[in-house]
Write a protein that binds this ligand. Sequence first.
Ligand code: ASP
Length: 333
Amino acid sequence: MKKNRREFIKVSAIGGAALLLNSSCTESEELKDELAAEEIIQNKPIVVSTWEHGLAANEAAWEILSKKGKALDAVEAGVRVSESDPENLTVGIGGLPDRDGKVTLDACIMDHTSQCGAVACLEEIENPISVARKVMEDTPHVMLVGKGAQEFAVSKGFEKKNLLTTESTKQWKEWLEKSEYEPIINIENHDTIGMLALDEDGNLAGACTTSGMAYKLHGRVGDSPIIGAGLFVDNEVGAACATGVGEAVIRVAGSAMVVELMRNGKSPSEACKEVVNRIISKHENVDGLQVGFLALNKNGEHGSHSVYQGFNVAVAASETNELVDASFDKEWD
Ligand code: ASP
């Protein structure tokens, strides 16, 4: 009997610890004590990331997580894969430039102790996520931008290089012919890699990196390097990251809000959906406004939701690394 109840507690702990703790049943105090004494089952390690490019990134992260490595090391190594892929038009080298032809990169990273680092509008450095980590670890600051971020990177041994590729130059020149700025849903004038991991020790970390909206005004910074907007981690609760039109994400403090809703008992999917709905409710018109959130809670459960259909996330745990479609509010017309 005792054993069965323990099993029940363990299973419930995966999805319903909060419910169980609020139970008014006569044994609730006893159950509470037992629950505290039991190790809550966590689905770990696990790594989740945004969009199809997340599959290759997850592989690098998994290399680390599967050897009992740290979530922080895993997310940095993971997103570096996308940053260093010249064929990826939305992150790192090969990322589409702003309207002046400059590739300006944004990235941030956050660990289980709430330490965080970020860079924004960084030029000529292939791996902004690693610069963000250096900001976190080697300075008293959270964010460096522009020339200062570049000088800091160079002082830390990062090489300056041209990030425009033949393909990104070609696409920019084609764009210049009309020079029309319009975010387009799910085709590559915007995308980002956001990655969240839970390691063997039960610690969470996250990373987010992007070249931002293609053909943006020079100097524009989106949500991706902003802690609380493009990424947020609270090791007691969970982690979240965002992709899509950054201005809309910033307006609702998107990722921090998703984590806060999980703290208040929402599942990762429910939390993502609620923040997407908040974004929808705050815009008169969401035509062309794609935003997606991805969340991972402390138990290793993940969820994702977007304004429009088409957002997907890569999920790697034990033997699998697969793409999962996010739920969504709107279909294309
Ligand atoms: N969120 C990024 C930005 O606004 C772009 C994206 O995820 O598509 O810069």
